[in-house]
Write a protein that binds this ligand. Structure first.
Ligand SMILES: [Fe+2]
Ligand SMILES: [Fe+2]
Length: 259
């Protein structure tokens, strides 16, 4: 089974690029399932029901979120009605939204889980290492593959999660920093690992936002609107070949493509 993961989709430039990209690549790359992080899809902060529906109908099978999941007003009241999106698993239990997804892929089932890191993250969350073990026991009974996204700022937290879950899940792929890292590979026990998938959006920017506004704010500290930038749009993520017998990864390929 071949899975494409797409890192944080940023604003309209990211959405438009990603929608065209997945429509072209599904056939060209023989993709079976496409998972994308949509936490920055709406004007760079959060997602809306309409935008989620657009991305889904373009061919993204499952959408994940991160610390920006509640940024769009009212979305917390709507998330429960969207069957193809999940919020981070280790948010407080009373938060709305699915805390994981089970996605049918042909005759197989893919579990999708996002974990929030705890270093430099404002949202309240439970310890992701302690939280994930119980869920995996259940998901292993119900799925053939488990895709884990580690949405975290600290590289150490993400690297540790990769080793913690090596051999237990198909992949541990990092998101959130919007900068792709060069350490993607299959770990010794068969789990695909990447510290950060990078963002899918404008790279002539500071993490997706207008360079001028961010560099001015870096100098004077005054509050400013950071508009989503527009240029040098790239799709960032990875393609994973997964073995249905073992549920593990046989091949990791990084994606970082200008569109
Ligand atoms: Fe993000
Ligand atoms: Fe984030």
């Amino acid at each position: 089974m071949r899975l494409l993961f797409i890192g944080d989709i940023v604003g309209r430039p990211g959405r438009q690029a990603v929608m065209g990209f997945v429509q072209r690549k599904r056939r060209e790359w023989d993709l079976d399932v496409i998972v994308a992080n949509g936490e920055n899809a709406a004007a760079g902060a959060g997602i809306t029901t309409t935008i989620a529906a657009e991305l889904h109908s373009a061919g993204i099978d499952a959408l994940t979120l991160g610390d920006h999941c509640w940024d769009q007003r009212g979305f917390a009241n709507e998330i429960d009605s969207i069957p193809y999106i999940c919020r981070p698993y280790n948010l407080p239990k009373q938060c709305p939204g699915a805390d994981h997804l089970i996605v049918p892929v042909g005759e197989h089932k893919l579990g999708v889980v996002t974990l929030l890191g705890q270093t430099f993250m404002k949202l309240k969350s439970d310890n992701p290492f302690n939280a994930v073990s119980g869920l995996l026991r259940e998901l292993r009974k119900q799925t053939d593959f488990i895709f884990v996204e580690m949405h975290a700022e600290a590289t150490s937290e993400k690297v540790a999660m990769g080793w913690f879950l090596d051999g237990q899940v198909a992949a541990v792929i990092g998101t959130h920093t919007h900068v792709p890292t060069a350490d993607g590979r299959c770990l010794p026990r068969g789990t695909a690992y990447l510290t950060d998938a990078g963002m899918s959006g404008p790279y002539a920017s500071v993490l997706g936002r207008d360079i001028g506004a961010v560099t001015l704010a870096a100098q004077d500290g005054l509050p400013r609107r950071f508009e989503v930038a527009e240029n040098d749009v790239r799709i960032s993520g990875c393609v994973l070949d997964l073995d249905p017998k073992s549920g593990l990864c046989t091949k990791f390929e990084q994606v970082f493509e200008e569109v």
